[in-house]
Design a protein around this ligand. Structure first.
Ligand code: NAD
Length: 663
């Protein structure tokens, strides 16, 4: 293979992985600018080597946010992406191309803030709200109505509306709400979201609407997709006015500009104003105002030719990196953090920045004493972007992660094939403390009265090193601790006693097995039913569990193969912790051992009633169709799950068939 061909293949794979993390997991690994640079690099290589332009390329398609568990719907009009630029010259170029296309006219542009949220399409039929769908792959998106219909200010009906209307906009989360949720996640020992956009994206894809409702989302609408009759709107500006009349939450400000130069001046005005808006913005969208001209200009495969997004550079500042400090996580993972000379950035004082891992430090050659460029692009935790080499002190030495750990006396090893270092010494007090905090947290064993301060004392006084030690604590031990009296000691002992009966997944999550989060713990419980079965499973069997990939399977297997861990499990067993699932299926029942997926509305039964019947008959429900599904119970308006079941040859039954089966 030639070098450029290899490079194209490598970039495509890299971008596909970033797309997956961004659109499906809402947990991107790199910032938008770095991602946009990779895509630009790929586009240039593809243009220079058209002979290698085989198969699908991310430069020719929009990302894909669709998830198995959701029903998907086809958009009546595709939801496309936008070509984007960070340069005013390219913006003017865009205007010039259109002037050439439409000679002799002064083109009018609508300049709108570009909202940094999650795209959504709302369908109204005869003025009534019917459905909310995510962008998906542009052609087909996920039905997110459940999680969208409670958003404040969304009109259920609109008057004098066209027969069919797709209203387009963005769902976003305000900063205060983002911080509230992240703080709660932190105290529950759960991973944090890097910015409000990711949290909003994660929230609209929650399967449990009650959890989604407990998080406050907002929405702003700025455009339309399909519209029947299609001459209802004639100008982009007309859409803004009409959306406002219909009482949708709309853009706080937009500009109607004569010519591209004036459009550029409006963008500069927007940049000066945008921090006062309620929604986060990352740029401006410039659109031809007149729909007749829009139609003539047309589309490329992934974006309109009549619009462009101008993206603002993320805010950056230079400052001194005083030292690289280390944070220890629940599994003993060691994460480097840059301690900075405080600097003002995007309206806040920044004194720490994430450095991710060893590879990130070596790739950017970051050293203590360097002057570094830090960036904050909507992220709460700023990042170190690069080093200003001109300001590097003369005697500077490269930073060696492993050697640094050794100097500090931290016994850690790098995970095979990964960039994470982990403390291997089970006697390391910081590791013990983190592991116990995680075990006791709300997301795991939920032990009241066992906060961080108590755990810190238990570890430093060597009263507890592992979870099993907690259960051997006596009242006298606890009375030694600061601020502990008889009552609080008693309460803690009672809380520990109560935790012995926790659900199996709470214990599995609490063990702190690398890569195993709350959902995976639940999946493992549903699949295996007991801790012993999980412990005995080989990697191949573990991979059969929905949601467990090869890295997680390896990690679980390795954890249970470790002698110390097995000894700890035996201690927990003898203490009497619950090791088996409480949702035991009845041994016999007409659906015993069967997995059923529900889709669409059933004529008589609600979803809850159907689920109840399935469980009573010994079966279980699952949210996604796979080869392991025994039946798809389909009601009306069944979409993608129906198609998938047909494709996989999964038997499809209706309500009457189902009732006959459970009889
Ligand atoms: N960091 C990562 O790993 C990663 C991965 C994938 C994508 N991304 C980011 O996402 C971008 C690509 O995503 P994209 O295709 O959604 O494009 P985009 O976000 O750059 O622009 C298109 C989108 O902007 C939205 N939008 C906001 N305000 C609008 C307005 N007033 N008018 C019209 N549209 C408006 C629409 O949802 C539209 O689909 C990339 O440029 C990159 O910055 C980042």
């Amino acid at each position: 293979m030639q070098d450029s061909q290899k490079e194209i293949a490598k970039l495509r794979a890299e971008i596909a992985e970033h797309d997956r993390l961004y659109y499906r997991e809402a947990q991107p690994k790199v910032d938008d600018q770095a991602y946009d640079r990779l895509k630009e690099q790929l586009a240039q290589l593809e243009a220079a080597n058209p002979e290698f332009d085989f198969g699908e390329s991310p430069t020719q398609s929009v990302g894909d946010d669709r998830l198995e568990a959701f029903e998907s719907y086809r958009h009546r009009m595709p939801m496309l992406s936008l070509d984007n630029t960070y340069s005013s010259e390219e913006l003017i170029e865009f205007g010039k191309r259109l002037e050439k296309r439409f000679p002799g006219q002064t083109l009018k542009y609508l300049v709108e803030p570009k909202i940094d949220g999650v795209a959504v399409s709302l369908t109204y039929e005869n003025g009534k709200f019917i459905r909310a769908v995510s962008r998906g792959n542009g052609t087909e998106g996920d039905d997110i109505t459940q999680n969208v219909k409670h958003i404040d200010g969304l009109p259920e009906t609109i008057s004098d509306a066209p027969e069919i209307l797709e209203v387009r906009g963005e769902i976003y989360m305000r900063h205060g709400e983002f911080e509230r949720i992240n703080a709660a996640r932190e105290s529950a020992g759960e991973s944090l979201y890097a910015n409000p956009r990711n949290l909003a994206a994660g929230t609209i894809k929650l399967l449990d609407p009650s959890v989604a409702r407990a998080r406050k989302l907002n929405i702003v609408l700025y455009g339309v997709g399909a519209c029947e009759p299609d001459n209802f709107f004639t100008h982009q500006a007309g859409i803004q006015e009409r959306l406002k009349e219909w009482h949708f939450p709309v853009l706080e400000k937009y500009w109607l500009a004569d010519g591209i130069q004036t459009a550029w001046e409006s963008i500069e005005e927007l940049d000066a104003l945008r921090r006062k808006f309620t929604y986060p913005t990352d740029g401006a969208v410039v659109k031809l105002d007149d729909f007749t001209l829009q139609r003539e200009a047309g589309f490329t495969a992934k974006a309109p030719r009549w619009a462009i997004a101008y993206k603002f550079e993320a805010e950056r500042a230079e400052t001194l990196l005083k030292e690289i400090s280390l944070q220890i996580g629940r599994t003993g993972a060691v994460t480097p953090v840059a301690i900075l000379e405080p600097v003002q950035l995007a309206g806040t004082t920044v004194s720490r920045a994430t450095l991710h891992n060893e590879d990130e430090i070596s790739r950017k050659d970051i050293r203590p004493g360097d002057t570094v460029v830090v960036q904050k692009a909507g992220e709460i935790i700023p990042q170190v972007l690069s080093v200003n080499l001109d300001k590097r002190p003369e005697k500077s030495e490269p930073f060696h992660f492993g050697a640094h750990l050794k100097e500090l006396g931290i016994e850690a090893e790098r995970d095979p094939g990964q960039a994470v270092w982990r403390i291997v010494n089970n006697n390391d007090p910081v590791r013990q403390q983190r592991a116990l905090q995680h075990f006791a947290s709300r997301a795991c064993m939920d032990i009241d009265n066992l906060g961080n301060a108590v755990i810190e004392q238990l570890v430093s006084r060597q009263l507890a090193k592992t979870p099993a030690d907690l259960y051997q604590l006596q009242e006298n031990d606890l009375l030694e601790l600061d601020k502990f009296a008889e009552k609080s000691a008693n309460n803690l002992i009672k809380a520990l006693e109560a935790s012995k009966g926790c659900e199996l997944w709470q214990l599995v999550h609490g063990l702190g097995i690398p890569h195993v989060g709350k959902q995976s713990a639940k999946d493992l419980e549903a699949h295996f039913g007991s801790l012993d079965a999980i412990m005995q499973a080989d990697e191949e069997t573990l991979e059969e569990v929905d949601g467990v990939g090869s890295i997680m399977a390896q990690s679980i297997h390795a954890w249970f193969s470790n002698e110390n861990n097995r000894a700890e499990i035996e201690r927990l067993r003898s203490i009497g912790l619950n090791f088996t699932t409480k949702c035991q299926a009845p041994a016999s029942g007409p659906l015993s051992g069967k997995t059923i997926v529900l889709t669409g509305a059933l004529p008589n039964l609600t979803r809850d009633q159907a689920t109840d019947l399935i469980e009573k008959a010994g079966g279980r429900t699952s949210s996604s169709v796979s080869k392991k599904t025994d039946y798809l119970l389909a009601g009306e308006a069944s979409g993608s799950k129906y198609a998938k079941a047909e494709k996989l040859g999964v038997p499809i039954i209706n309500e009457a068939d189902f009732l006959a089966l459970t009889d």
